[in-house]
Design a binder for this molecule. Structure first.
Ligand code: ADP
Ligand code: MG
Length: 685
């Protein structure tokens, strides 16, 4: 089809060309040929020359005009000259008249003079009277002579003037002659120029005409050549038309061919798709099987890890630890196993195995991450910091502005995870802060922090617990959380003069509730995150404390042992879990039971002087952990946790058994422990 189309186009083009060629000789003979170009040039040149001739003509007429002007001026000058001459003639006439008059006067005066002489003589002889008349006559004579002289002077001047007039006339005549000659010459020149221009023009026209004739001849010759070409092209055109017709026939049959080919290809594609489909089905089946397997493995892993994890965190040696042998480091780590901690107590090495041990340089962010995910998924989570005062509980939970603790990091993680899920889920996060001191529960965010709160069963019969009056703040960012923390701190600080002392004797709880709604299914989840900074675990009571100190110690011991009991009961999956034995466990009941997850961070001081408390804390931790796997597991040999006991070392009289290390002496734990522990001062309720 493409070839067909191409041929069709070519034919159309040829036809158009032919048409054009046919039309050419009549309309515009050989446009663009060399001769026609030359002819055009010649025509241009002719036009140019005509233009030049016209210019020359205009120049000539200008010159004519100038000559005319000059002629006019000459006539004017001649007229003026005639006037001047007439004037001169008049003047001459007048002067010669005056001269004649003067001559006459002189002649008459001369004729008069002899009688006057006579008169003089007679007067001389006759009288003085006559003398006087004589002198008068003489004066008169004198005057007349002066007058004659004057007249002569005037005459002379007149003659001079006449002479200069003659000269001027001669000059003017010469000038006129000169002008006339010049005029004659200019006229001659002009005639000559006109003649030559006329000749130039005629010559140029003749030349152009001759050239145009030659060109025309050449053009005619070209045209003849083109005509012969055209005659030779006609057979080619005929063959092209034939080709075109045969192609047309072929094209008519093409759709049938194409349909057949398409049918074949379609069948092939269908077959291929079927094959791919069956492959996909197989892959999907395999994938589902793998997914189930993975889920099973994950569940198994969770079961093995347990819902209660116990980790230890060793704080660095600080300035407050002082100097000397008491402040030397007594804790070391296993380079190959991050769940082992070694303690040198009174010269004897003791080892413990927990879920994980963090050295002073480590952070426990990884531990927190998984718990936060669980909380968002709707599980309840408890994180406890346990240990003697000064072991770093508050540092781990709250941290410093530069190095924020679990509280801050957990909430940051919470917010970022909530944000990640924001497209599908809507979350509401609320925060409460409370404190348990001497078994009294107080709201740290309330208007009246002194008020003691009670824990009650929900009236809806769901079995859930709640604390009437406990303030809940809705938070939307880490900034909000910081404001809540600050507010809680201010409440605590204004309440107690010695905050450090007080805080080590009370449990501080931060309760974060995460409520989520799945936007697509409407499914609702509620997860609670309880962050607990426990009271110091050191045993004050035993050293003979009295009064309020003793009471505090009793309360702390009771609540910590109750916590131990609850965890033990949960781990050994006992039917009865003694949640109600302390406010702490009662409050956290729903966050400790069921599918809840718990992280116990046991804080350890590394220095020599604290080794007894450290040993005690680590024993507590290991026991909590050992119970988890229950009888029959590899931890069973350590002995079961007594829910009625808060076990305590007596460091003064008993060294801890070396076999306390969980994995070092299987089966020996039970026998090694009883001698070294004694019953708590106060039996639990
Ligand atoms: P607790 O709350 O158990 O009584 P703190 O958290 O108040 O103990 O810690 C006691 C001291 O030790 C504080 O000065 C704290 O800054 C410091 N400290 C605790 N843990 C660490 C640590 N991991 N790194 C640095 N300093 C720490
Ligand atoms: Mg503290």
């Amino acid at each position: 089809m493409v070839e067909n189309e191409r041929l069709r186009q070519e034919m159309r083009r040829c036809e158009a060309e032919l048409q054009e060629l046919r039309a050419k000789p009549a309309a515009a003979p050989c446009a663009g040929c060399e001769h026609s170009q030359e002819s055009a040039q010649l025509r241009d040149r002719l036009a140019q020359l005509q233009l030049e001739a016209a210019e020359n003509k205009s120049l000539l007429s200008e010159l004519n005009l100038e000559v005319q002007q000059k002629r006019d001026r000459l006539a004017e000058v001649e007229l003026r000259l005639k006037d001047c001459l007439a004037e001169k003639a008049q003047e001459e006439e007048r002067l010669s008249r005056r001269l004649r008059d003067s001559h006459e006067t002189i002649a008459s005066l001369r004729a008069q003079s002899p009688p006057i002489k006579y008169v003089i003589k007679t007067v001389e002889v006759e009288s003085s009277k006559t003398k006087q008349a004589l002198s008068e006559s003489q004066t008169r004579n004198q005057q007349l002579q002066e007058q004659v002289a004057m007249q002569r002077q005037v005459l002379k001047e007149m003659e001079q003037q006449l002479q200069s007039s003659h000269q001027l006339t001669a000059q003017l005549r010469a000038q006129i002659a000169m002008y006339e000659a010049e005029l004659e010459r200019a006229h001659g020149q002009m005639l000559e120029e006109m003649q030559s221009l006329e000749e130039d023009k005629n010559r140029a026209i003749e030349e152009a005409f001759a050239r145009a004739q030659v060109e025309m001849k050449a053009v005619h010759e070209n045209l003849a050549g083109v005509r012969t070409n055209l005659l030779t092209l006609q057979p080619a055109l005929r063959t092209l038309t034939q080709d075109y017709n045969s192609l047309k026939r072929q094209v008519r049959g093409f759709p049938l061919l194409l349909q057949e080919a398409l049918r074949g290809v379609k069948a092939e594609i269908g077959q291929a798709i079927e094959e791919v489909n069956s492959n996909n089905q197989e892959l999907l089946r395999k994938y589902r099987r793998e997914l189930q397997l993975r889920k099973k493995c994950h569940n198994e892993l969770v079961r093995l890890k347990g819902n209660i994890r116990v980790i230890a965190r060793v704080r660095p040696v600080t300035k407050e630890d002082g100097e000397g042998p008491e402040a030397t480091n007594a804790v070391t780590f296993d380079p190959d196993d991050d769940s082992i901690i070694h303690l040198l107590h009174k010269g004897k090495p003791v080892s413990f195995e927990l879920d994980k041990v963090f050295s002073p340089r480590a952070s426990q962010q990884d531990e927190v991450q998984a718990l936060i995910t669980s909380c968002i998924d709707g599980f309840n989570v408890c994180i406890f910091a346990y240990g003697q005062t000064g072991a770093g509980k508050t540092y781990t939970m709250e941290g410093t502005p530069e190095n924020p603790g679990i509280n801050q990091r957990a909430l940051q993680l919470l917010f970022s995870e909530v944000q990640e899920k924001a497209s599908d889920w809507q979350f509401t996060i609320t925060v409460s802060a409370a404190e348990i001191y001497n078994e009294a529960l107080r709201d740290l965010l309330g208007q009246e922090p002194q008020e003691k709160l009670e824990i009650r069963l929900c009236p809806d019969g769901s079995g859930q617990l709640y604390v009437p009056g406990l303030t809940e703040f809705r938070v939307q960012s880490v900034d909000d959380i910081n404001k809540v923390f600050e507010f809680g701190h201010t409440n605590r600080t204004t309440e107690f003069t010695n905050l450090n002392e007080h805080s080590s004797r009370s449990h501080a709880l931060l309760i974060v509730t995460v409520r989520g709604v799945d936007c697509s299914t409407g499914l609702r989840t509620t997860g609670k995150l309880n962050l607990v900074d426990l009271a110091g675990s050191e045993r004050v009571g035993k050293s003979g404390a009295e009064g309020s100190r003793l009471r505090e110690a009793q309360h702390i011991n009771r609540s910590l042992s109750a916590l131990g009991d609850v965890i033990a009961a949960l781990r050994s999956r006992q039917g009865h879990v003694p949640f109600r034995n302390s406010k702490l466990t009662y409050l956290l009941q729903d966050s400790l039971s069921g599918d809840s997850k718990t992280l116990m961070v046991v804080q350890v001081s590394p220095v020599e002087k604290n080794t007894s408390e450290t040993l005690y804390s680590l024993k507590f931790a290991e026991r909590v952990r050992s119970v988890e796997l229950g009888p029959g597991s590899r931890r069973a040999e350590l002995g079961s946790w007594s829910s009625q006991e808060h076990l305590e070392w007596e460091p003064a009289c008993q060294a801890p058994p070396a076999a306390a290390r969980a994995h070092s002496a299987p089966g020996s734990g039970t026998s090694s422990r009883p001698g070294s522990i004694r019953r708590r001062l106060q039996p639990s309720a």
